[in-house]
Design a protein around this ligand. Structure first.
Ligand code: NAP
Ligand code: HSE
Length: 405
């Protein structure tokens, strides 16, 4: 018998219980063990839940789980940041294996948690933290043995992709589709993390740090989200025979790296244009393997629970990679080298703003008080500074990289 302490019983936690129940026999045949959820940590014992459990399974006291010697695997799916950091650290220190889907905690404490796990000779696994149900971190870690990875790129947030797909394909309004994404369990408790791009940034930080074998911190990544996109932008982009996706991308450049999360306008024929709704895709390039692309459900109850449980099975069967997967490479931040053409729409525009924008514009279009430009090739950090200097309020503009393929 293998006993699990489950922290969280929301979308992902209930999916974990559901799969374990349905696949009980197959799991026993594969691992030789029954897997039992011995205790479940929740915030509110009296909350009405879809899933029916023995009442004494639930607790609000983590110590009951931590001190239970029969529990040797902790599965953390609460979404809380600092509390979960403490709970995960305590569990690793007590030599319990930990699996999490929580990218916020992995991203913020990646190095600390992995070295704590290695010091205590236990596993810390986080497959579900990037790409939801897509198995991508395990193949990436395997590819590292034989390859120099030079690029990672992807649509990494299901909520944003769902919103953008429904706005483009159905002309739906931003607020309505965000609400749908929340109802479907894709969005974070505070969806700001999704729509402002922080969630994509965290996933890119995890991917790039593993891939490049050097620390790429959250603050090393340039960020621009989708929260200010309007139906005006959507119509403009559709007229370009294009679509728009929130893409995270990190590359090895000379003796350093570039890393950026930004809305990106791509032709309808581009591979990423067909990654729609809450699906994600992650691509990476290795010097031997070439380009590999992974595609699948980026969010949602069962796909995410599936990814969590594959980590659990790896622990039970001892098939996870032992030791610390991070490298010590020192890489320079070369984000100042990121250049490209950009779409920029400014609402309530005045003559001074238009005059300044025209200096970098290849195409300018004004409709009433809305002005849109397509820039010449510019430096991204320079464009950001220009927008700041013009004091255009955050809610008055939207900009996106334009890729011509
Ligand atoms: P959720 O539906 O909001 O569920 C969170 C659960 O954790 C709830 O059961 C809640 O208890 C419990 N919880 C939260 N804070 C707690 C605290 N301070 N103490 C004790 N229990 C606490 O979240 P979710 O969608 O399942 O996501 C869980 C994690 O998986 C997050 O880190 C998320 O980013 C990650 N993730 C989610 C998805 C997805 O598609 N949803 C995909 C990949 C990764 P109560 O039920 O009592 O409120
Ligand atoms: N909120 C996240 C998303 C969940 O929409 O992608 C999966 O990480």
């Amino acid at each position: 018998m293998k006993n699990i302490g489950l922290l969280g019983l929301g979308t992902v936690g209930s999916g974990i219980i559901e799969i374990l129940e349905i696949r009980k026999e197959e799991i026993k045949n594969l691992t030789g063990h029954d897997i039992r959820i011995k205790k479940v940590l929740v915030r509110d014992l009296n909350k009405k839940r879809d899933i029916i459990l023995e009442p004494d399974l639930l607790t609000t006291n983590y110590d009951e789980i931590l001190s239970d010697e029969e529990i040797d695997i902790i599965v953390e799916v609460t979404g809380d940041l600092e509390m979960s950091y403490k709970y995960i650290s305590d569990a690793l220190t007590r030599r319990k294996h930990v699996v999490t889907a929580n990218k916020a905690v992995v991203s913020k404490y990646f190095e600390k948690l992995l070295s704590l796990a290695a010091d205590n000779n236990v596993a810390f696994l986080y497959e579900a933290s990037v790409g939801g149900g897509i198995p991508v971190l395990k193949p990436l870690k395997e590819a590292l043995f034989l390859n120099e990875i030079t690029e990672v790129q992807g649509i990494l947030n299901g909520t944003c992709n769902y919103i953008l797909t429904r706005m483009i394909d159905e002309g739906r309004n931003y607020e309505d589709v965000l609400r749908n994404a929340q109802e479907l369990g894709y969005a974070e408790v505070d969806p700001t993390a999704d729509i402002e791009g922080h969630d994509t940034l965290r996933k890119l930080r995890i991917l790039a740090t593993l891939a490049f074998q050097g620390q790429i911190r959250e603050e090393d990544i340039l960020l621009n989200g989708i929260s200010t996109i309007t139906s005006y932008d959507i119509d403009y982009i559709k007229n370009m025979n294009s679509t728009v996706k929130l893409i995270g991308e990190a590359k090895i450049v000379e003796d350093g790296f570039t890393a950026v999360v930004q809305p990106t306008i791509i032709k309808n024929s581009n591979y990423f244009a067909n990654v729609n709704m809450a699906y994600n895709s992650v691509a990476f390039k290795g010097n031997n393997v070439g380009e590999l692309k992974f595609y699948g459900a980026g969010a949602g109850k069962l796909p995410t629970a599936n990814a969590v449980l594959s980590d659990v099975l790896d622990i039970i069967m001892g098939t996870y990679r032992k030791g610390n997967p991070l490298g010590q490479r020192v890489l320079k931040n070369l984000n100042s080298k990121i250049r490209g053409k950009y779409y920029l729409r400014v609402s309530d525009c005045n003559a001074e703003i238009i005059r300044t924008l025209k200096r970098i514009a290849e195409i300018t279009m004004s409709v009433g008080s809305i002005t849109t430009i397509i820039t010449e090739e510019v430096q991204l950090t320079g464009l950001g500074r220009l927008i700041d200097d013009l004091n255009i309020g955050n809610d008055r503009y939207f900009f996106a990289r334009i890729l011509n393929y």
